[in-house]
Write a protein that binds this ligand. Structure first.
Ligand code: CP
Ligand code: NVA
Length: 332
């Protein structure tokens, strides 16, 4: 890569623990400032006159709305390009699309199927490329998730998010959201226990990526990843119970088979109690949610922080655009 190559955000793995901490902190700072009416005069025109391309090959509510809102907050213009709007994928290659889009925009935010698509866009782009969900990673979600976790566990530390020693239990499918969550957790000193049905475990190559992420944490401070096929084992002593859909976009044909394989994995209060979650446990979910993976009682109950987590997507998008687009990859 040339010294002028832009810095991209394709996964939480691209960030040092300190950078992840800063992105989460900045998200929280902007949330407080803007919501309190203090605004952010120095940033509100940072992208004035500029366009950010949003190429989305899949549906989206939160990622689209938060990213468009964040671009507007910087005075820029979001240009949403759904799969039927542009030539990409039907009539034009990723390579050509990347050169063309990056010649006219300040950044490209891309939601893709295979991760190699967003990696290819990034490889040839002259502007920053932000992954808005691939089959492997969902970095903007995970920054919002750690902001949410810090809000429910505030810390007075000025050097870290103060989450060391916490435990997250992921009960469900080993998917894109889990992979980036696990990478972030081990970097921040948070233990993560994953329960999946047999046959739906974290792929070996991804386990290595997570192990490598752990090696980037300060010595002796990495969070631990553990895996099981028994939800109760993962839940024991957990501060946070989290899940996602059992059928990710693109896996629709496997629906019947997956619903069967995941039987017994629905998060309920009863399961949390049986597994021995901490008394203060909270529930998280990136959304969209389906009733099979979590009961209404938990999802709409007092332990659930899912709608705060969804709102935090806006502040995550603001923070990511600030560092990667406005500040050209300098995370400070
Ligand atoms: N959580 C999330 O990415 O939601 P959308 O698919 O609605 O963007
Ligand atoms: N795992 C889900 C996340 C959606 C935000 C999917 O890939 O469809």
């Amino acid at each position: 890569t040339s010294p002028f190559a832009p810095r991209h955000l394709l996964s939480i793995a691209d960030l040092t623990p300190a950078e992840l901490t800063t992105l989460v902190r900045n998200a929280g700072k902007h949330k407080t400032d803007i919501k309190s009416g203090n605004g952010w005069p120095h940033l509100s025109s940072a992208l004035a006159g500029k366009t950010v391309a949003m190429t989305f090959s899949k549906r989206s509510t939160r990622t689209r709305v938060s990213t468009e809102g964040a671009i507007a907050a910087f005075g820029g213009t979001p240009m949403f390009l759904g799969k039927d709007d542009i030539q990409l994928g039907v009539n034009e290659s990723l390579y050509d699309t990347s050169l063309v889009l990056s010649s006219m925009t300040a950044a490209i935010v891309a939601r893709v199927g295979p991760h190699s698509d967003v990696a290819d866009l990034a490889k040839h782009s002259s502007v920053p490329v932000i992954n808005a969900l691939s089959d492997l990673y969902h970095p903007m979600q995970i920054i919002a998730d750690f902001l949410t976790i810090t809000e429910i566990n505030p810390s007075s530390s000025t050097t870290s998010l103060g989450l060391e020693g916490m435990k997250i239990a992921w009960i469900g499918d080993a998917n894109n959201v889990l992979f980036d969550l696990a990478i972030g957790a081990v970097k921040l000193g948070v233990d993560i226990a994953v329960a999946t049905p047999k046959g739906y475990e974290i792929p070996a190559a991804m386990r290595s990526v997570i192990e490598h992420a752990a090696s980037t944490a300060p010595q002796g401070k990495a969070g631990k990843l553990t895996e099981t096929t028994v939800p109760e084992e993962a839940i024991k002593g957990a501060d946070i119970l989290v899940t996602d859909t059992w059928v990710s976009m693109g896996q629709e044909e496997e629906t019947a088979k997956r619903l069967k394989a995941f039987e017994g994995f629905q998060i309920t209060s009863e399961l949390a109690q049986r597994g021995g979650a901490k008394d203060s446990w909270s529930f998280m979910h990136c959304l969209p949610r389906h009733p099979e993976e979590v009961s209404d009682e938990v999802f709409y109950g007092p332990r659930s922080v899912v709608f705060r987590e969804a709102e935090n997507r806006l502040w995550s998008a603001v923070s990511v655009l600030e560092s990667f687009v406005v500040n050209k990859g300098k995370i400070q």
